[in-house]
Each structure stands twice: as structure tokens, then as C-alpha cells.
Design a protein around this ligand. Structure first.
Ligand code: NAP
Length: 250
């Protein structure tokens, strides 16, 4: 199985399948973060060279299935996976975490793009907590009047005139998120609708403190077989393998 990773689910799936001798997995990372936490299952790092490169890789290494566990905002690799699967005839399954839904007490403004998120902050200077990832920060150059607290996996130069970066990796606890928002006197939070439980506490803290949230909606992906949980991925793979895997009780 080639597992397109970069999420905790990808790592968990590789670990789950490592326990069964009928599966061999290779977990693939883009190599975007400097401090990759190396898994103890087989893995590789780096792009494939578009959909054609991914198709060649799948053929050459004779994979039987492709599992896309990438982040819901990693639209390019997910689209490449659809094309490469179609070109090679290798079955693809995509693991999609359900998106977060606003609940009573939330003060969300939902937007479609990062530029729209920057505009939604308004003209008045605000103290803004940006949790959108390093690659999306450039969109906020159009709103330089705000004070930004940026949280990312690695410290980096934002290029924004009034920004501070804190490096941190989830999961985050509600108590800590609440303390951070209070201590930094955050007025608005910007988030992608990632849907991860590891990063949900910031939204609970915002709700508790009445902090507004600019929520960027997910990009649309080309259609592919989708499941929502790891057991469902395993069931999909088991169905591909047929009765022999079922007997082993994957
Ligand atoms: P992207 O825009 O969809 O992909 C850009 C390029 O990066 C792809 O065309 C591919 O290069 C390479 N790539 C992406 N994921 C890869 C993987 N798992 N293995 C090998 N190559 C990969 O992706 P992105 O938004 O930059 O995200 C990069 C990685 O970070 C993904 O693995 C994703 O799961 C993870 N991540 C992303 C976000 C986010 O908000 N976007 C958040 C958390 C984690 P080639 O075309 O050369 O193959």
C-alpha cells in the first residue's frame, strides 16, 4: 500500500497495517516541515513529480493500492492521486475526516479562500491568532494593520509587519488554548476547517471567550471513493484482498 501521509491518520494507518504480515506499506511525506517526526514504519520523503510521477512510482514499485490520508487542504496531491489511480488502474481510497460544524455559541464567519479570510478581519486593527499553516500566510499581506500571532510547526519569517510566530505541534489542550487566547488578548481566530480533534480545542476556547472565528472552508476535490475512519480504510483494503486477509483478521 502506498499511503500518502502528512497527517496523524496516515501514521496511524501505517502502524495498524504493520501489525498484519499480509500488508506492506510505504508512508509518503511531502517534506514540508523541517522537524519531521519519523515514523517507525517504512517511509519516504519528497514529491513524486506530479500525477505522472506518482503513476510511474506506483507502477515501478508494484503497489496494489493507494490510500490518500493527506490533509483536507492538500488539494494538489489528492487530485494527482485521482489521476494516477485512473492511469494505472490501481485502486484509490481517500480518508476524509468530517469537517467541524459550528454549534450554539460559536461566532464563525465562513469564507472560501485565505484572501477572503484576510478581508473578513476588517479594516480596524485587531489582535488575530492565525493557525492556517506557513504556506498560507502570504494572503494576509493584504491586511497589514492587524497584530498577528502565528502558530506553525516551524518558526519562519512571515513577511508581515506586525507578526509573532510560535512553533508548536498539536494535539492542543483546551486549558492551554484558553490561556493563550486570554494572555494574548486575541480578538479573532483564523482557521482552516481541518476537522481534527487535535486542533479542535482552539475553537472551544474561542467559543468560551466569545472570540470570533474566520473559518476557511475546504477546497473541492475530484471525486474518489471516500471513507471517514481508519477501520473503514482497513475494510476497503480487506475487500480488495478478498477472503485470505479476512481470515487473518486484519
Ligand atoms: P499539496 O498542495 O496538495 O501538494 C503540493 C505538492 O507536494 C504535491 O503536488 C506533491 O508534489 C507534494 N506532496 C504533497 N503531499 C505529499 C505526500 N504525502 N507525499 C509526497 N509528496 C507530496 O499539499 P500541501 O498542502 O502543500 O501539503 C503538503 C503535505 O502537508 C501533505 O502531505 C499534507 O497532508 C500535509 N499537511 C498539509 C496541511 C495543509 O493545510 N495544506 C496541513 C497539515 C498537513 P509532486 O507533485 O512533486 O508529487
Amino acid at each position: 500500500m502506498l499511503i500518502l501521509g502528512g497527517t496523524s491518520e496516515g501514521r496511524q494507518l501505517a502502524q495498524l497495517l504493520a501489525a498484519d504480515a499480509s500488508y506492506r506499506t510505504l508512508l509518503s511525506y511531502a517534506g514540508r516541515t523541517e522537524n519531521v517526526v519519523r515514523p517507525d514504519t517504512p517511509h519516504r520523503i519528497g514529491g513524486f513529480g506530479g500525477s505522472a510521477g506518482l503513476a510511474s512510482f506506483l507502477r515501478e514499485q508494484q503497489f496494489d493500492a493507494l490510500v490518500d490520508t493527506t490533509h483536507p487542504f492538500a488539494a494538489r496531491i489528492s487530485a494527482n492521486a485521482v489521476v494516477a489511480a485512473a492511469q494505472t488502474g490501481i485502486p484509490l481510497v481517500r480518508l476524509v475526516r468530517p469537517g467541524w460544524q459550528a454549534v450554539p455559541g460559536d461566532r464563525w464567519t465562513e469564507v472560501l479562500t485565505m484572501e477572503a479570510a484576510a478581508d473578513a478581519l476588517g479594516d480596524t486593527p485587531r489582535r488575530v491568532f492565525l493557525t492556517v499553516g506557513r504556506l498560507e500566510i502570504a494572503a494576509f499581506a493584504r491586511a497589514p494593520q492587524h497584530d498577528y500571532l502565528v502558530r506553525a510547526v516551524d518558526v519562519f519569517d512571515t513577511g508581515l509587519p506586525r507578526a509573532r510566530v510560535i512553533a508548536a505541534r498539536g494535539p492542543f489542550a483546551l486549558h492551554d488554548e484558553r490561556k493563550l487566547l486570554e494572555h494574548e488578548r486575541i480578538e479573532l481566530l483564523v482557521s482552516k476547517n481541518a476537522g481534527s480533534s487535535a486542533t479542535y480545542p482552539k475553537l472551544e476556547a474561542a467559543r468560551a471567550l466569545g472570540v470570533g472565528v474566520i473559518m476557511v472552508q475546504r477546497p473541492l476535490l475530484p471525486s474518489a471513493p471516500e471513507v471517514e475512519t481508519l477501520p473503514q480504510v482497513v475494510a476497503f483494503l480487506r475487500a480488495l484482498h478478498g477472503a485470505s486477509s479476512t481470515k487473518r483478521g486484519v
